[in-house]
Ligand binder design. Structure first.
Ligand code: DQQ
Length: 474
């Protein structure tokens, strides 16, 4: 638990090959959604869904950490936990945070009765967010709007300020139909007036349940991000771009925010007026393996969001990451070939640019075992215009398994492919041309000499920069 000297706990994991060292995660145990991101007195506070008692989901509480630069973090005491007999007795689920004229306020979902009833609650702090007091009038919203026709799924309030008061969006579903986002307004964060559905899902492919909504203005447009259940829970993150008219959202563009493991993202505005997103990078291994590891769940490197002229969301890892980069390797087409081992590090930051005329398949191999038994490849197939993460692993009994994740990534005529690859232990974040995101988790068995090499012909390459990355915890 955080209260038991987080530095010593983190130190105890230093030999864990799969544990990331420059991404945020708690000292130990389970983490899922980012919660309550807030810029406060020059620092960013992150809260997160946390099980303080074990590495699997349960006892949902809000863990807490703070950062000066979005890269280095200091653990703080757990902010809120379930109160026996209270409206959050079964869990303090996800939510957001606001600065209410100098009073930091958390708005979150309380669950009671084994998650069958979900309600909205608030908590405030008067000591710079070290201790929190739950409001005596909790729950501040006790019932899902009647049109939902169910009480079980009504969660993850996201709150922001407009000239005529506080607004809140909450994720839900209409029984037998599809996902929905409900819109509320309040003057004091305690008394809430239900307005109407902000947006109702109509197509099954966007999900039967919408959770973790974010709704914000970006440039001239409004963006709605939802995490949706399309087939099974915790599935795909979609974003819609459009206009906010008479309390209704009218989307004119929709896309997938990430094709891999990133889920339940949350955004906020930082001190430089940047809209920044964090997302939970889910594990891709069994409960048994997570229990054995003693930790589960990682946050993405925060990403700065912008829209392009086609209303596509662009995501750029915060430039602050460059300040911790270590040893640097730089290549062009004429200075490298596929056989060359660039580094044996499994904590690297990579920027690659390819020629607009490049044909065939090309990319980067990481986590490559010297005997070729295991590797992970980030590949662009220019014929199919597909971005892929391909993983080859060899089990200890010799069984070989392969796994491919793919995303369509269309390049305009003459547009060069750019890849940003953040590899950190078992975490792999890939962003192509700032707009196609494909995150993955990989757990190689070989745990030494993880080679980073070029994949495909060097002629495809324009430039390749690779930096070894240090631990942010030392
Ligand atoms: N996880 C939280 C919920 C949210 C879901 C509970 C998404 O509030 O809807 O841990 O991962």
């Amino acid at each position: 638990m955080i209260e038991q000297n987080p530095t010593a706990i983190r130190q105890a994991f230093s030999e864990d090959f799969h544990r990331p060292q420059y991404h945020f995660l708690p000292p130990s145990n389970w983490m899922n959604d980012p919660n309550g991101l807030l810029f406060w007195k020059g620092q960013t506070h992150i809260f997160y869904q946390h099980n303080p008692f074990g590495p699997l989901w349960g006892n949902m509480s809000w863990g807490h950490a703070v950062s000066d630069d979005l890269i280095h973090w200091r653990d703080l005491p757990i902010a809120i936990r379930p109160t026996p007999g209270g409206p959050d007795e079964y869990g303090c689920y996800s939510g957001s945070a606001v600065d209410n004229d100098g009073t930091p306020t958390l708005i979150y979902t309380g669950t009671r009765d084994k998650a069958n009833i979900q309600v909205q609650c608030i908590a405030t702090s008067d000591d710079d967010m070290i201790t929190w007091q739950k409001h005596p009038q909790n729950p501040v919203i006790s019932e899902v709007p009647a049109i939902a026709n169910q009480t079980r799924d009504f969660r993850d309030p996201y709150v922001w300020r407009e000239d005529d008061g506080w607004y809140m969006v909450v994720g839900s579903r209409i029984e037998g139909k599809a996902g929905v986002i409900f819109l509320y307004r309040s003057q004091n964060l305690v008394d809430w007036e239900y307005l109407n559905p902000l947006l109702e899902g109509t197509e099954e492919r966007y999900g039967l349940m919408w959770e973790c909504p974010n709704f914000f203005k970006l440039g001239d447009k409004w963006v709605l991000i939802i995490s949706s259940h399309t087939g099974h829970s915790t599935d795909t993150v979609h974003y819609f771009v459009g206009d906010f008219v008479d309390h209704h959202f009218v989307p004119d563009y929709v896309d997938v925010l990430d094709y891999g493991t990133l889920y339940a993202p949350l955004t906020y505005v930082d001190g430089q007026d940047r809209r920044i997103l964090f997302g939970w990078l889910r594990e891709n291994r069994s409960d048994r393996d997570q229990s054995f590891a003693g930790w589960s769940g990682v946050q993405s490197i925060p990403r700065v969001l912008t829209l392009d002229d086609q209303n596509r969301l662009h995501m750029q890892p915060v430039p602050e990451l460059a300040s911790v980069r270590g040893e640097h390797f730089h290549y062009t087409a004429s200075t490298i070939d596929e056989s060359q081992v660039i580094t044996a590090s499994h904590h690297v930051d990579i920027e690659a640019t390819y020629s607009p005329d490049a044909s065939g398949s090309f990319g980067i191999t990481v986590l490559g075992a010297p005997d070729g038994d295991e590797c992970t490849r980030v590949v662009y197939d220019s014929d199919r215009q597909q971005l892929m993460v391909y993983t080859l692993t060899t089990e200890t009994n010799g069984a070989i398994s392969t796994h491919t994740r793919a995303a369509v990534h269309l390049l305009a005529d003459g547009e060069a492919l750019t890849l940003r690859i953040l590899l950190d232990g078992s975490v792999l974040e890939v962003i192509a041309n700032e707009r196609t995101s494909l995150t993955a988790r990989v757990y190689p068995h070989h745990q030494s000499q993880q080679q980073v090499r070029l994949y495909g012909p060097a002629t495809a390459l324009t430039s390749l920069d690779i930096w070894e990355m240090p631990s942010i915890w030392q």
